[in-house]
Write a protein that binds this ligand. Structure first.
Ligand code: SAH
Length: 217
């Protein structure tokens, strides 16, 4: 159906809205313009792909609101040489954005269905520097090593020490922190020579981070 496809006008308004809401990093804006969000939403939602709203995906999860994706990415202060960890692959959209701005992205998802789908879309888009792993962000495999940047895209009641331990010196982690199914705050943590510096950003609402690999039918 014609009306279910995003139009060039939709894409132009999408970029404009991100700028108006204060996203100013040109590389982030370019990545947001380059990644086709319509490929990461369900076919019924294609026509809404460029609205600034979260949308439902499989397994009862959500693809985040574009402004939040851009904002979190901007706050991560990425450099092209960075190795990045994402917890909560979901649709794979945020991972695709990160892949344009860094050397390597490792993204973990606890639902096999979502991990498999995201892997396919990312392959189709030739995001060859992304590794989608079925796994639990609360129990990271030792072999994954450490990261320059970490982004958590599911709400945690607190940031696990083990996750902070995966940050390289001067590394930055960003995560929504707060009670499940309520409002959370985006927290930005910088690993300094003396420890960890913590900063509260804006209020957000994310689906909860849950322990373990999901059991699916
Ligand atoms: N970044 C995603 C949206 C994230 S929604 C996107 O761009 O589409 C949050 C995702 O985190 C969900 O898919 C959920 O299944 C996943 N998740 C929740 N807890 C997790 C955990 N402990 N480990 C890995 N993934 C988790």
């Amino acid at each position: 159906m014609q009306s279910s496809q995003p139009t060039p006008h939709d894409k132009m308004m999408f970029q404009l809205n991100l700028r108006q809401r204060g996203i100013s990093d040109q590389a982030v804006l370019k990545a947001m313009g380059d990644v086709p969000r319509e490929l990461f939403v369900t076919s019924l939602d294609r026509g809404y792909a460029y609205r600034d709203t979260p949308l439902g995906i499989a397994c009862g999860q959500t693809i985040s609101q574009p402004f939040v994706v851009a904002y979190m990415t901007e706050q991560l202060d990425l450099e092209p040489g960075h190795r990045v960890l994402e917890i909560g692959t979901g649709s794979g959209y945020q991972a695709a954005i990160l892949s344009k701005l860094s050397r390597e992205v490792v993204t973990l998802e606890r639902f096999r269905t979502l991990a498999d789908r995201a892997r396919l879309v990312l392959k189709e888009l030739q995001c060859t520097n992304v590794d989608v792993i079925l796994g639990d962000g609360f129990d990271l495999p030792e072999t994954l090593g450490t990261f320059d940047r970490i982004m958590v895209t599911a709400a945690m009641e607190e940031i696990p020490e083990a996750l902070l331990g995966r940050l390289e010196p001067n590394g930055i982690l960003i995560a929504p922190v707060g009670p499940m199914n309520d409002r959370q705050f985006l927290i930005r943590v910088i690993r300094t020579a003396d420890g960890f510096e913590r900063q509260e950003l804006v209020a957000v609402r994310f689906v909860p981070a849950l322990q373990g690999i999901a059991r699916e039918l």
